[in-house]
Design a protein around this ligand. Sequence first.
Ligand code: AQP
Length: 338
Amino acid sequence: MKKNFKEVVFSGVQPTGNLHLGNYLGAIKNFVELQKKMECIYCVVDLHAITIFQEPKNLKKHILETVAGFIACGLDVKKSIIFNQSSVSGHAELAWIFNCVSRIGWMNRMTQFKEKAGSDKEKASVGLYVYPNLMAADILLYKATHVPVGDDQKQHLELSRDIAQKFNNDYKSENFFPIPEPLIHKGFSRVMSLRDGSKKMSKSEESDYSRINLTDSSDDIVKKIKKAKTDSLSIPDSIKDLEGRPEALNLLNIYSSLKNSKIEKTLEQMAGKDFSKFKENLSEILIDIICPIGKKIKDLKKDENYLQKTLEDGSSKASKIATKNLKEIKKIVGFPLY
Ligand code: AQP
């Protein structure tokens, strides 16, 4: 029989550089909504970040920047637990147990590894390969029931569900781990690059013109949107007519998402306009929403002690939950406890 678990939200963001509009619309905006109604744990996943080499002094800076980004976007440290992954050793311990539960065949199906490892997979780190097992550990260490993520993380989350199920079955511990539910925006869940509508907007993309960073100035935003790739056609009145026009669809989706409205409504209002006019409207709303966040990030970054203290407090709250759960997990696995 299915158990009713307490509702707990867990999600993470890698400290690999500037947070961008994809992180905001795909994940963090949702984090903020969820903290109003559920217990939420948000993690700066620094163990994930080093699956691709990070310069140590940059890593520390990016961890603090990510915390600043969380708070600037509206996360409340009194409502949500905010901490960094490497400060709670249970993540790495449970990841090892899951390395032994998860199957190589499952790993081989992960498309993100294929994309990130590139053509020379032999040279990718083992950590990058088993990244999804660590992600499962992050979630299940807190017995999280809900995971808000962008659409790009859907496959990893399905793997977390398989791992939870297999652990429960293998160790005859029915209902020990909840089977976590993804919370992915319906309709628009993947913000694409401004330069290429077939690629997702990403921190590691070389061209800064491919993304809107949360710390971009209004001038940057206007420039980037002006340069964003579109086509020569005007805005259609039906979504069907956007087929084969990924860049146009992406800009219209971004606009609708910022307005908290459906793309159909945007098309109703904008049909017939050409993209140069629409881009002015898009820049305006981006400036209205993103620039205040960017300003807050910059202000918060000046107070390193506050950011550091936020992490310390969050870490001690997260550790309490993790230690208790890990003890139960070790007992189930058969490790002696003393
Ligand atoms: N383009 C995107 N559209 C929607 N959601 C996105 N997310 C990331 N990019 C988009 C969501 O943001 C959360 C945090 O992601 P992350 O930084 O931990 O990892 P990532 O998905 O690998 O992000 P990047 O920008 O692509 O980083 P790099 O370039 O370092 O690999 C996740 O919920 C993710 O779904």
